[in-house]
Design a protein around this ligand. Structure first.
Ligand code: NAD
Length: 427
C-alpha cells in the first residue's frame, strides 16, 4: 500500500502518464472547491493496491509468470467498481488513473460505488482460450481477499469480456462455496447479467451527445461524426448515433481508418468487421492509416479506442467543435487546455462513458435482488441517470465558469467529500 500521496512513477512523469493527467485535473477541481492539502492527499491516494504474480501452465507445458494488479482507489461511497484489462503494456500508473476515474465516474452518475481497476500484463492475441481461462482464474484467486459484492466488483475492460466475467464469477463462487453472481458485472445474461449492459456505454455516449447537441442548438441530420475505435464503445456508439440520424463519416480499428464524407453504412461496416476481424476490405469509402483520423473534417469527434490520442502535438489540428470522450483518458491534460482555448466543447470521459458503469450498477442490484428487468426498463433508467448527470455537470460548469471536464471533477469530488465529512475520519 502506498504511504503518503501517490505520485506518478518517475519514468512516466510526462504528458502521457494517465495518473499525472488525472492529478492535474483533480488539482484544478480541488482549487475550485478550495480543498485543504489533507483532503487532497486523502482523495488522491489509492486506498489499496495489490500486485500479484500469476504462475500459469501454458499449453506447451512450460510455466509463465504473469503480473496482475488491482487498485482500489476509494471506497467511501460503496464497494469499488471498475474493469479489468488484459494488455501487454498495462502498468500500475495506468491502473491507478483508471481506478481514480472510476471513483469520480460513479460519483457523477451518483451510484453507490467507489472506484477500482485491475489489469494483467499479457497479450491476449498470443494466448489460447485455455491459457486465458487459467490466467483469469489464477488472477481471481490471487485477489480474492479484496473482492466481493460488498467490497469490489470488477467488470470487463479492454480485451476482457463476458466470458472472462463468467470465469471470475465461477472461481469466486467455488472459493466461497455458493454462487455469487453479484461479484462481477458484464456477465452473460444466463449467469445473472443485465439486459442492455452490452450496449450501455455506447448508449450513454449517444445520450450525452444528444444532450450536448441540444445545448449547442444543433441537429443530428446536419452533423458529421468521426468515431475512433469500433469495439464495444465505439462500434455501438457509432451504430446508435447513426440510428439517431447523424452522418458517421469515419470509423477505425487498430489496423486502420475507414472514411467516406458522404456517410458510412455503419451496420454494414460493423457486420464486415465482425466477419473479417478488420474494417479493411469494406467496399464503401477510403482506407487510410490511423494517424490522420482524428484530424478529419467533422463536427463531432468520438475518441472511443484508448488513452492519450489527443495530445499537445495534435490538439490544434482537431477540426471537430464537440468531442465526446468514449474512451478513458483519450485527451491528455495538456491537450484539454489547447482544446478549451480553441472553444472546443469536450464532454469528458468520466461523464460520457459512464453508461457502462451505470448499467453495471443495475446488474449488481438485479443480482442481489434476484429479479431481472426488461431491456426497456434498463434503457429508460439509464437515460434518466445520464440526462441528469449531464445537466448536473453542465450546471457546475455554468455556475463556476469552468470547462465541462473541470466541472465533472468538481461535482464528483464534492460528492465524495460530502460523504467523507459525514462519515468522519476513522482512527
Ligand atoms: P474494445 O476492445 O471493445 O474496442 C477497442 C477498439 O479500439 C477496437 O475496435 C480496436 O481495434 C480499436 N483500437 C485500438 N487502438 C486503436 C487505435 N490506435 N486507433 C483506432 N482504433 C483503435 O474496447 P472498449 O470496451 O470499446 O473500450 C474502449 C475504451 O473505452 C477504453 O478506453 C475503455 O477503458 C473505455 N471504456 C469502456 C467501457 C465498456 O463498457 N466497454 C466503459 C467505459 C470506458
Amino acid at each position: 500500500m502506498p504511504n503518503g500521496p501517490v505520485v506518478a512513477s518517475e519514468a512516466q512523469t510526462d504528458e502521457f502518464n494517465p495518473f499525472s493527467s488525472m492529478e492535474k485535473l483533480f488539482n484544478r477541481a480541488a482549487d475550485v472547491l478550495d480543498l485543504d492539502e489533507g483532503l487532497r492527499s486523502l482523495l488522491r491516494t489509492p486506498e489499496r493496491e495489490l500486485t500479484v504474480a500469476l504462475p500459469v501452465r501454458m499449453d506447451d507445458g512450460t510455466i509463465r509468470v504473469f503480473t496482475g494488479y488491482r487498485v482500489q482507489h476509494n471506497f467511501l461511497r460503496g464497494p469499488c467498481k471498475g474493469g479489468i484489462r488484459f494488455a501487454p503494456d498495462v502498468n500500475i500508473d495506468e491502473v491507478r488513473a483508471l481506478a481514480a476515474w472510476m471513483t469520480w465516474k460513479c460519483s457523477i452518475v451518483d451510484i453507490p460505488f467507489g472506484g477500482g481497476k485491475g489489469g494483467v500484463i499479457c497479450d491476449p492475441r498470443e494466448l489460447s482460450i485455455g491459457e486465458l481461462e487459467r490466467i483469469t482464474r489464477r488472477y481471481t484467486a490471487a485477489i480474492i481477499d479484496i473482492l466481493g459484492p460488498d467490497r469490489d466488483v470488477p467488470a470487463p475492460d479492454m480485451n476482457t469480456n463476458e466470458q472472462t466475467m463468467a470465469w471470475i464469477m465461477d472461481t469466486y463462487s467455488m472459493h466461497v462455496r455458493r454462487t455469487t453472481t453479484a461479484v462481477v458485472t458484464g456477465k452473460p445474461i444466463s449467469l445473472g447479467g443485465s439486459r442492455g449492459r452490452h450496449e450501455a456505454t455506447g448508449r450513454g455516449v449517444m445520450l450525452v451527445c444528444r444532450e450536448a447537441m441540444k445545448k449547442l442548438g444543433r441537429r443530428p441530420e446536419a452533423t458529421t461524426v468521426v468515431v475512433q475505435g469500433s469495439g464495444n464503445v465505439g462500434g455501438i456508439g457509432a451504430l446508435l448515433l447513426h440510428r439517431e440520424g447523424y452522418k458517421i463519416v469515419s470509423l477505425s480499428d487498430m489496423y486502420g481508418t475507414l472514411h467516406n464524407d458522404q456517410g458510412l453504412d455503419v451496420p454494414a461496416a460493423l457486420d464486415h468487421l465482425r466477419a473479417n476481424k478488420t474494417l479493411e476490405g469494406f467496399g464503401e469509402g477510403d482506407h487510410m492509416p490511423n494517424g490522420e483520423q482524428l484530424e478529419l473534417e467533422c463536427d463531432v469527434l468520438v475518441p472511443a479506442a484508448t488513452e492519450n490520442q489527443i495530445t499537445s502535438e495534435n490538439a490544434d489540428r482537431i477540426k471537430a467543435s464537440l468531442i465526446i470522450e468514449g474512451a478513458n483518458g483519450p485527451c491528455t491534460a495538456a491537450a484539454q487546455d489547447i482544446l478549451v482555448d480553441r472553444g472546443v466543447v469536450v464532454v469528458p470521459d468520466i461523464l460520457a462513458n459512464a453508461g457502462g458503469v451505470t448499467v453495471s450498477y443495475f446488474e449488481w442490484v438485479q443480482d442481489r435482488w434476484g429479479y431481472f428487468w426488461t431491456e426497456d426498463v434498463v434503457n429508460s433508467r439509464l437515460e434518466q441517470i445520464m440526462v441528469k448527470a449531464f445537466s448536473d455537470v453542465d450546471g457546475v460548469a455554468e455556475s463556476h465558469g469552468v470547462s465541462m471536464r473541470v466541472a465533472a471533477y468538481t461535482l464528483a469530488i464534492e460528492r465524495v467529500v460530502n460523504v467523507y465529512r459525514m462519515r468522519g475520519l476513522f482512527a
